[in-house]
Design a protein around this ligand. Structure first.
Ligand code: ATP
Ligand code: MG
Length: 486
């Protein structure tokens, strides 16, 4: 009883917090001048009947993180895109939490938590496969923030108040805070009003905010395409003139952003919008060639439509397969050109791959693991033509075989590869060992008898995890590579 009493006293949120707060002002945490002045006066608080968020759409882990921190006397909210999506009735794909606890204070309250980041230090709290990203309220930019010669912010880790944190976020609809305990939404920039009007509006001076971080221009395009929102005229106005600033962003971050765009569930709409806003030159110079290529059109449309379908069904996507699709026609074009110049078939293909990568990689750093997957998917295409002797057995053992077969099928569906060939390989790969031998013998017999291939498909039960089509599903290992690059 007495122990419980002491425990209560010493873990009481108010008492516990008083001492931590004093600590927290030392170092990077700027002393709080006016605890609730300006912020409290400006914030709009919406209650459940006003916002109608369905709490069950929120991650129970994100709620747990908020509650744990709140029980320790800190403030903690679900923030950003997750609140935007909850208000739209969409289940968010990831959850961020914002708090007044500093990274070390957050870390010590969770079993699996690590501090990451240089530009912004934040905490990843891990629950099985889910990671909740917890960031400490950031102060507004100051003269001490490190920027490059174009005004791009390189590093600033100064902690601040919640209203400052809100003002630093990109768009009004992304600057909302949801407290799952009280079920209230804090709105500092009329984000809910903009959300209802389906408008993306940058917070603050648009040109300044895009200069600080040019990636915001890509983000606005992604959200506009994905959510089918309009971009507010004054937010949109400076984009065309500032598009070149994209080139100053590290190539690895651009790749990451490009992947988000392609995996948004509205990839085609995003790419078109990106071109409309003139943002592709510095990032994806090949996009014009891709979207205007007469023979590429059905192939790319089909690949992107399939990708969007899978994203919407919450199935994983392989970045290697996606980029292999996007860049394939350019490789083919270069390949034909080299062959007509007298180069030998396969070396010409490899040289064509280098041509395309050389042009693309200076703008967007595709991680090496992914470029090697892309090359393999392409390089395996001519090998599907060889169905004699041991060649099919060797090909089927190749780690990229399934992705390459998906790719062949996509080509066949667009009449750019032989449909019979694709059907043959799918049938062959679905069979068990001995049946494969028989199947090959039949093919050879048919060939020598001069008859076509018309064999009924005998289905083998797919192994677990094979059903999705490997081209799209081999993403898990790539995801971490993409993250490594950022
Ligand atoms: P998504 O649905 O793609 O996850 P999101 O808005 O949640 O969209 P995140 O990249 O997860 O995007 O970022 C979470 C939040 O962090 C954003 O909603 C926004 O408030 C803030 N944020 C992210 N990137 C920036 C940026 N470049 N500038 C300012 N704020 C940003
Ligand atoms: Mg998010």
């Amino acid at each position: 009883m007495i122990r419980q009493f002491f425990k209560k006293i010493f873990t009481s949120p108010r008492l516990g917090k008083a001492s931590t707060k004093a600590e927290s002002h030392v170092g990077t945490h700027r002393p709080v001048k006016q605890e609730h002045g300006y912020a409290a006066a400006r914030v709009e608080v919406l209650h459940l009947h006003q916002h109608n968020i369905n709490r069950h759409l929120a991650s129970s882990n994100a709620i747990r993180v908020c509650e744990t921190l709140q029980n320790e006397g800190f403030r903690a909210y679900i923030v950003g895109g997750a609140v935007r999506d909850l208000l739209l009735g969409i289940r968010p794909k990831d959850f961020d939490v914002a708090t007044d606890a500093e990274p070390e204070q957050v870390q010590r309250h969770f079993r699996r938590a690590r501090i990451i980041g240089r530009r912004f230090r934040l905490v990843h709290v891990m629950f099985g496969p889910e990671t909740i990203e917890v960031s400490t309220f950031r102060a507004l930019q100051t003269e001490t923030s490190e920027v490059d010669e174009h005004g791009r912010v390189l590093r600033d880790n100064v902690f601040g108040e919640q209203h400052e944190d809100a003002a630093r976020r990109d768009f009004t609809v992304n600057a909302l805070y949801y407290d799952p305990k009280t079920e209230t939404v804090l709105d500092y920039h009329h984000g809910v009003r903009d959300l209802r009007a389906k408008t993306l509006r940058i917070i603050g001076d648009p040109a300044l905010r895009f200069r600080e971080d040019p990636v915001r221009m890509l983000r606005v395009v992604r959200f506009a395409a994905k959510l089918q929102f309009d971009i507010a005229p004054d937010t949109r106005a400076p984009i065309a003139a500032m598009a070149d600033l994209i080139q100053n962003v590290p190539a690895a971050r651009l790749f990451d952003e490009m992947l988000k765009l392609l995996q948004s569930g509205s990839a085609l709409a995003c790419l078109k919008r990106m071109r409309l806003e003139g943002l592709h030159d510095g990032l994806f110079p090949l996009l014009d060639a891709i979207l205007d290529h007469p023979t590429a059109e059905p192939f790319i449309m089909s690949a992107l439509a399939k990708t969007d379908e899978r994203v919407r069904a919450e199935k994983p996507i392989s970045p290697g397969f996606l980029f292999a699709c996007l860049l394939w026609h350019l490789v083919q074009e270069r390949w034909q050109l080299r062959k007509s110049g007298g180069e030998v078939d396969i070396p010409a293909l490899f040289a064509a791959m280098d041509d395309v990568f050389d042009k693309q990689l200076e703008h967007m750093a595709i991680p090496r693991k992914i470029t090697s997957d892309i090359r393999e998917i392409w390089a395996l295409q001519p090998r599907f033509e060889k169905r004699n002797g041991k060649a099919p057995f060797r090909l089927i053992e190749h780690p990229r075989f399934r992705a390459a077969l998906d790719f062949l099928e996509l080509r066949a569906s667009c009449k750019e590869a032989d449909t019979d060939l694709a059907v043959w390989w799918r049938t062959f790969s679905d069979l068990d060992g001995h049946a494969r031998e028989d199947f090959l013998t039949t093919l050879n017999a048919q060939k020598s008898a001069g008859t076509g291939l018309k064999k009924r498909r005998k289905r083998r039960k797919p192994n677990r995890g094979e059903e999705g089509g490997a081209g799209f599903t081999e993403s898990n290992s790539h995801d971490s590579d993409a993250a490594d690059a950022t």
